[in-house]
Design a binder for this molecule. Structure first.
Ligand SMILES: *Cc1c(COP(=O)(O)O)cnc(C)c1O
Length: 369
């Protein structure tokens, strides 16, 4: 049983996600794969997937097979690509549920073929080449062997090579020379695969920033994650985190606040207690200046972030129990944004949105249909 919540609430604006999908469809000019990994960047896997498909996405992308299976279990039939799995993953399930599998090594391909033989059905795969990220694709030196094995397995009707993919290392700096090198390496890899007989496959390389800023990287499909949530582009952010003031106290100048007495009040003021802390995803380490919005004004956090709570210096205007603080939002009403929090915590907005804890109630604003 859940109590009705007047407590901390994360509002997820699916209309914003839908608008961002349409914006990136228009920018990319090619079909869009909506990246919904990490619980849809913390916005909810299934609801983001449904919203993205309704707004024109034609593919869904996740890292683990478990995430892909969760989409199928929810009844989503659209193409789903999973790109980060061990070689001995339960490929039988991937094949049975028609989940596309990114293949970064010959070892992966071998085990996928074994599963295809067992199940008597073809696996749908995307060959994944590394073009400079040096992370999760096949090293260029392994590419010819991977292509040769894939051609053989396709002739044996064990697999269908649906696509070929790579991922940028330096897309956040569109002019970085590594990006042109990555596009050229990707073209070379595709040319080699085409010469081996793998023609007319879906070629995909660009994620959010490349879709916007590196036009020759768009190929046949763009894989957009962050931008769907208003991070690094997009129309607007979809998340608003609010929490009520649960206690106030009036204190004198020089009052030490919280664990370790890390801060002193700079004047007589009202302290407002807000029940969200690092267990809820509020970063523990914050630069000075971190604030929330209370009664239309930015008010600083004072003292260290506790596991479950923060204290805000409500200043001369004061605060009353029941006032609602906005921790972050799209920024249209002067509230802090995800970018502000990323600066205060010296991290990425992605890191903020994917760590909001399960204790926070979710309120979903449905996209218009
Ligand atoms: C996370 C990820 C994406 C999405 O990147 P964004 O910058 O969030 O759009 C695309 N492709 C791969 C392989 C990824 O890991």
């Amino acid at each position: 049983m859940a109590v009705s919540h007047s407590g901390p609430t994360l509002t997820v604006d699916l209309a914003a996600v839908g608008d961002n999908v349409r914006a990136f469809r228009a920018i990319g000019g090619v079909p869009l794969l909506a990246v919904v990994k990490a619980d849809g960047f913390g916005h909810g896997l299934v609801r983001v997937a449904r919203t993205a498909l309704a707004a024109g996405a034609s593919y869904l992308g996740v890292t683990t097979l478990d995430e892909a299976v969760a989409l199928r279990v929810a009844g989503i039939a659209a193409p789903v690509l999973s790109w980060l799995n061990a070689p001995d993953t339960d490929w039988d399930t991937a094949i049975r549920l028609s989940i596309d599998i990114a293949v970064p090594s010959v070892a992966h391909l071998r085990q996928i073929c074994d599963a295809a033989i067992r199940s008597g059905r073809r696996a749908r795969i995307h060959l994944y080449i590394d073009t400079g990220l040096n992370r999760d694709g096949a090293p260029a030196a392994e590419w010819p062997e991977l292509v040769a094995d894939a051609c053989f397995a396709e002739r044996e009707r064990l697999i269908e090579v649906v696509g070929m993919m790579s991922h940028f290392a330096c897309a956040d700096t569109p002019g970085h020379p590594a990006n042109a090198r990555a596009v050229a390496s990707f073209r070379d890899a595709v040319t080699l695969a085409e010469a081996a007989g793998l023609t007319n496959r879906i070629r995909h390389l660009a994620a959010t920033v490349a879709t916007q800023a590196i036009p020759d990287s768009r190929f046949d499909l763009v894989r957009v994650g962050a931008g769907l949530f208003g991070i690094g582009g997009g129309v607007r952010s979809a998340l608003t985190l609010t929490a009520p003031v649960v206690l106030t106290r009036y204190v004198a100048r020089g009052t030490a606040v919280g664990y370790g007495h890390a801060d002193l009040t700079s004047g007589a003021t009202t302290l407002a207690l807000i029940p969200v802390g690092y267990a809820d995803g509020i970063p523990y380490r914050l630069e000075p200046g971190a604030s929330v919005q209370l009664s239309g004004r930015r008010r600083p956090i004072i003292g260290v972030v506790s596991m479950d709570q923060i204290v805000v210096d409500a200043g001369p205007a004061g605060a009353r129990v029941g006032d609602v603080a906005t921790v972050f939002g799209p920024g249209r009403h002067g509230e802090p944004t995800l970018s502000d929090w990323a600066v205060w915590a010296r991290t990425l907005p992605q890191d903020i949105v994917t760590r909001i804890g399960p204790r926070i109630a979710r309120e979903i604003v449905e996209a218009a249909r």
